[in-house]
Design a protein around this ligand. Sequence first.
Ligand SMILES: [Zn+2]
Length: 361
Amino acid sequence: MPELDAGVIRALPKVLLHDHLDGGVRPQTVAELAAESGYADLPVDDSADLAGWFRAAADSGSLDRYLETFQHTVGVLQSPEALFRVASECAEDLASDGVVYAEVRFAPELHTAAGLPLTEVVEAVQAGFREGERRAVAAGHSIRIGTLLTAMRTAAMSRQIAELTVEFRDRGVVGFDIAGREAGYPPTRHLDAFEYLRRENAHFTIHAGEAFGLPSIWEAIQWCGADRLGHGVRIVDDIEQRPDGTYHLGPLAAYVRDRRIPLELCPTSNVMTGAAASIADHPIGLLADLRFRVTINTDNRLMSGTTMTREMTEVCHAFGWGPRELRWLTVNAMKSAFIPFDERLALIDDVIKPAYAAVGA
Ligand SMILES: [Zn+2]
């Protein structure tokens, strides 16, 4: 098996299911948008210092501190022009990192502070993604972006955002999500939104089992009917190692594995929020060994200072993985995407498998 360096990994086709638009803004763009819009609350003005500030503030070991950094990116994303720019740059950045399919999420309700209607927020981001896809093609890359609309679990707009998801389903929006502080805000608070989406045959994922444990995962799957788990890393709390070294899966872990429920794992982000001590200690190694439907994701590229190439390089170092494992992660993610089955299959057969075969997978 050839040793993979970051350059080889960057060139391989990658699939990303869990990436936040407001968590992936270029530092330079944050600084420029702040200057243009008169946003005066940035902690530092220089874009090089900003990149470091975001990483340091995010790397506090606390999910709550991590989430605080978003007030600044959201603060500069309050106009259609800013949303369009950031969405187009997101598509370009992912494409140049070798991502061929991405589902990028954002919460429309966070971008209405200047009076922008929810539909215009969604339209501006869609237009930005289409523009970024065009620029990527011009630069020699091919990428497709599907949008996930997020509702904040601490707020009460989830039903409205769910309706927006269905309204835009033929215009680039492929699914729904809830995000934000887990403790005290169980997914069942938003049951009405999830029941509506199921009646509308729509897809959704739920942030669950990141900072908070099994009850949150259980509610997301068994009460709300989530198609995927955003993080879901605490599912390891339901897995026990026996004295002989084998593993026993509790009923919830067994259900998640048996039903092939995708886990949107985000190793660097989890280390930063304290959900894992290091990449080598991250449960992704065990969950992959036990053949859960594991996917690897960036979560917030700005706050975590990461890319898909970096996440893949890190897990290769930590677990001795190579092309075979990276192909498995990539096919897992493509199978778990919210676009139609035939389109997923075409990307797997025509794009992903040939490229990994060429590096020995
Ligand atoms: Zn997330």
